[in-house]
Design a protein around this ligand. Structure first.
Ligand SMILES: [Zn+2]
Length: 197
């Protein structure tokens, strides 16, 4: 009768490898769950200007800080591009992170950065959709400058602001769905590796 191989001792390299594989599965599943919950909140928020609470409020503050940094970098540009640079950087920075992680094949980090890009696109979409009504609270209160009122006004597209906002929101949601698909695929692959180890 063939003898069974002895079970790996708790301190053996095999046992440590199995433990690390299980931790990797739990970590990726937690990331997937977090992104799914946040994605659902983004979908529920839609284009509401004052509905952000909790984690989405925190993400909005990060987006806003990058947005303001974009204006600072854009000061040397002509007025139209200087105003545009706030919204542009708040999308371009997470997108650059996503491309870097994709290049390095860090797929879960890529999913998180892609999700953040999509969320930031929906944040800009809220600003766009508000261009005509201008009810979104801005830094500086009532005296503040409304970027998208100026930008869409310059392009003679103010009347299209709600439609442009909805279209941009849809693009952000597609990016969030893609991020969830990548995160789910990574969680599944890690789980398959763990059970076959
Ligand atoms: Zn701005």
């Amino acid at each position: 009768m063939p003898s069974q191989p002895p079970p790996p001792r708790p301190s053996s390299p095999e046992a440590r490898g199995a433990f690390a594989a299980r931790i990797a599965v739990v970590g990726r599943a937690a990331v997937l769950l977090l992104l799914a919950v946040l994605g659902w909140q983004v979908l529920q928020r839609e284009l509401a200007v004052t509905a952000s609470g909790g984690a989405l409020r925190f993400l909005h503050i990060i987006d806003l800080a990058i947005h303001e940094a974009g204006h600072a970098f854009g000061l040397i540009l002509p007025p139209f591009f200087s105003i545009l640079s706030g919204s542009a950087l708040q999308v371009a920075l997470p997108a650059a992170c996503a491309l870097l992680f994709l290049h390095q094949r860090h797929m879960t980090s890529f999913a998180v950065a892609l999700f953040w890009t999509g969320e930031s696109v929906t944040d800009v979409a809220i600003y766009m959709a508000d261009a005509r009504r201008q009810v979104r609270p801005l830094l500086g209160g009532h005296e503040a400058f409304h970027d998208w009122n100026y930008l869409l006004g310059q392009l003679h597209l103010l009347g299209w602001a709600p439609a442009i906002g909805r279209l941009t929101f849809g693009v952000g949601i597609l990016m969030i769905i893609a991020a969830l698909a990548v995160a789910a695929n990574e969680a599944h692959r890690t789980w398959q590796r763990a059970v076959s180890a």
